[in-house]
Structures are given as structure tokens and as C-alpha cells.
Design a protein around this ligand. Structure first.
Ligand SMILES: Nc1ncnc2c1ncn2[C@@H]1O[C@H](COP(=O)(O)OP(=O)(O)OP(=O)(O)O)[C@@H](O)[C@H]1O
Ligand SMILES: O=C(O)C1=C[C@@H](O)[C@@H](O)[C@H](O)C1
Ligand SMILES: [Mg+2]
Length: 303
């Protein structure tokens, strides 16, 4: 690295985490009026082991943690969660939401985002984010759309590189996924603050970070720019850089599996556009019909 703008996250403080975990087990046990002896019996661990764990001295296996969680009567996820204790209302809300069917959940999310929407829907429709796997045509279509609407075109990958002072390869290979996701979120938030309107070609994996995905869906009109797997592959190969697939004989298998695993996430977009077999101009026409946003240039001409 030739600059110091991107710093790796500080080494994880495992001792502090183990102490928090132990303290959580102690508090949850005592909330339930369980003696250490009773919990040890139900979880099938020795009382001495549990005592050590409660003072942060036990780095126990996941299977053992699951037994302790079950004996307390909670899912293991609530025991191992990292970070501060969630507010009680958040815990109660997630319990409530867990009772809903997938269709009711979609309704609940729409109702909540309508009630707490930020920014106003009018602003949201002037921020268009193109999402999808590499080679779908986000950049090609994004440039054409921005030009047609007379608003800025933004490449999120380039903004991440510019703002972090590191190339994508440096970010991924030297600093890892966590640093890239943080740089991506910072760049995205900065763009939202600085630009009231834009067309953005997002990074292909932006949908994999739940926090950023939620922000993206709430703040932008989203369009999934997709193609058939063979077409994605053909276009990516022509560009030379195979990321996120491996540059190997397995590339096509990797692509299909990445696409399949991301499909439910990309499918959260409001508009889906398949670009296979159509020229960029045809795709632009179809997208304009689907999104029906006010065309600034046309408005300027008719004024
Ligand atoms: N409708 C289309 N028909 C044929 N080729 C296309 C079409 N749209 C884009 N391409 C070509 O496919 C390649 C990939 O397109 P583009 O760079 O726009 O995709 P992308 O989604 O931005 O990918 P990346 O995530 O890699 O940036 C480019 O070489 C582009 O010229
Ligand atoms: O789909 C992906 O995983 C990626 C897509 C690119 O936009 C880059 O953000 C990066 O290469 C990762
Ligand atoms: Mg692109």
C-alpha cells in the first residue's frame, strides 16, 4: 500500500469477547433463576467449566455453546452475538416478526419503511441504482440512462477506490472482505449525502451486506440488470478480469453458483431488466418505460 487511508480493522479482542460472552451467560442464567449447578447439569458440562466460562476463561466449542443456549432456552445466535446488547424493543420486534409468513413479512417491511422513509419518495425516484452480477450491463446502461435523464452517472467501484485510496484488488486481497464492505458503505453514504440525484452502477456484491442492502433499497430506486449466465460469462471474459469468479476451468460453475446464491437478494429490486439479446439502446428504452421517471432534459427543453 502506498498510502494510509485504508487501515485494517484492529485485531479482534478475543479476550474481551470471551468475557462479554461469559457475562451474558451469567446474566441470562440468573434472569431465569438458574443456579450454576442447574445450568451445568442441563447443558451436560461440569460446573467448574461453566464457572470458568462465566469469567471469560472458556473458549468452548460451538456444539457445547449450543447445549448451553438450549439449556437456557435461547437460540445460540443470541448467546454468541458480538457487539452491545440489543435494545429490548428490537428483541420484542424480531420475536413479533418471526411469527409472520414470508408474504406478511414483505408487507411489514413495506409498512415500516413507508412510515419511517428517509429521504422522501420524490428524492428516492431521482436516485437510480443498478444492481446485478458482473457483465449484466450496469455500466453500459447506467451511462446511457444518466445521459438521457441529464443527471450524474456514478460507478460505485471507482468511488470506493477513489475515497479509500486503494484499488479493488488491494482492498480484497490485502485487507479482506470486511474492509471492502466498510469502504463500500462509506462511499455509498457519502454519495447519498453529496448527490440529490444520480444513476449509479453499484458493485456486484453490494447486496450481500444486509445493512448496505437495506440502505440501498430505502434510498434508491433499484433496478436488477441481469442476463443469462452464459451471457454474463461471455461479457466478463471479454473484459479480462474474472472477479468474483476464479480464473480457472471452474469459472462457469462459480458464476452459476454465485448468481444462484445472490438471486433472492438481487430480486429485491423494484425493476428487473434482462439485457440478453437486446442492444444497449433497446435496454434503455425498456428501462425508461418501466421506471417512468421525469426526464430532466426533456423538461428543460419544454420549459
Ligand atoms: N445489451 C448488451 N448487449 C451486448 N453486450 C453488452 C450489452 N450491455 C453491455 N454489454 C457489454 O458487456 C460488457 C459488460 O457490460 P458492463 O460493463 O456494462 O456490465 P457491468 O454490469 O457494469 O459489469 P461489471 O460489474 O463488471 O462492471 C461490456 O463489454 C459491454 O460493452
Ligand atoms: O460481484 C462481485 O463480487 C464483485 C463485483 C465488482 O463490482 C467488484 O465490486 C468486486 O470485484 C466484487
Ligand atoms: Mg460496470
Amino acid at each position: 500500500m502506498t498510502n494510509d487511508r485504508v487501515k485494517p480493522l484492529p485485531a479482534r479482542d478475543s479476550d474481551a469477547y470471551l468475557r462479554r460472552l461469559g457475562e451474558r451467560v451469567r446474566v441470562l442464567r440468573s434472569q431465569r433463576g438458574m443456579t450454576r449447578k442447574a445450568l451445568a447439569q442441563h447443558a451436560r458440562v461440569s460446573e467448574r467449566y461453566l464457572a470458568q466460562m462465566e469469567i471469560g476463561k472458556g473458549n468452548c466449542s460451538i456444539v457445547l455453546l449450543r447445549r448451553i443456549a438450549r439449556a437456557i432456552g435461547l437460540p445460540v445466535t443470541q448467546l454468541v452475538h458480538d457487539g452491545p446488547e440489543p435494545p429490548l424493543d428490537l428483541v420484542l420486534l424480531s420475536q413479533f416478526l418471526e411469527r409472520l409468513s414470508p408474504a406478511e413479512l414483505a408487507d411489514a417491511r413495506a409498512l415500516l419503511s413507508e412510515r419511517f422513509r428517509e429521504p422522501e419518495p420524490a428524492d428516492r425516484n431521482r436516485r437510480i441504482a443498478l444492481i446485478g452480477l458482473r457483465g449484466g450491463g450496469k455500466s453500459t446502461l447506467g451511462k446511457l440512462l444518466a445521459e438521457r435523464l441529464g443527471i450524474p452517472f456514478i460507478e460505485l467501484d471507482r468511488e470506493i477506490e477513489r475515497r479509500s485510496g486503494a484499488s479493488l484488488s488491494e482492498l480484497f486481497d490485502m485487507f479482506g472482505q470486511e474492509t471492502f464492505r466498510r469502504a463500500e458503505r462509506e462511499a455509498f453514504d457519502a454519495i447519498l449525502r453529496e448527490h440529490p440525484q444520480f444513476v449509479m452502477a453499484t458493485s456486484g456484491s453490494i447486496v450481500t451486506d444486509p445493512g448496505t442492502l437495506e440502505r440501498l433499497l430505502a434510498s434508491c430506486m433499484t433496478v436488477w440488470v441481469r442476463a443469462e449466465p452464459e451471457e454474463h460469462m461471455r461479457r466478463v471474459m471479454a473484459q479480462g478480469d474474472m472477479r468474483p469468479m476464479a480464473n480457472s476451468a471452474r469459472s462457469m460453475q462459480d458464476l452459476v453458483s454465485i448468481l444462484k446464491s445472490r438471486e433472492p437478494l438481487y430480486a429485491k429490486a423494484e425493476v428487473v431488466l434482462t439485457t440478453t439479446g437486446k442492444s444497449p439502446e433497446q435496454n434503455l428504452g425498456e428501462l425508461l418505460r418501466q421506471i417512468a421517471v421525469p426526464d430532466n432534459r426533456m423538461r428543460a427543453r419544454s420549459a
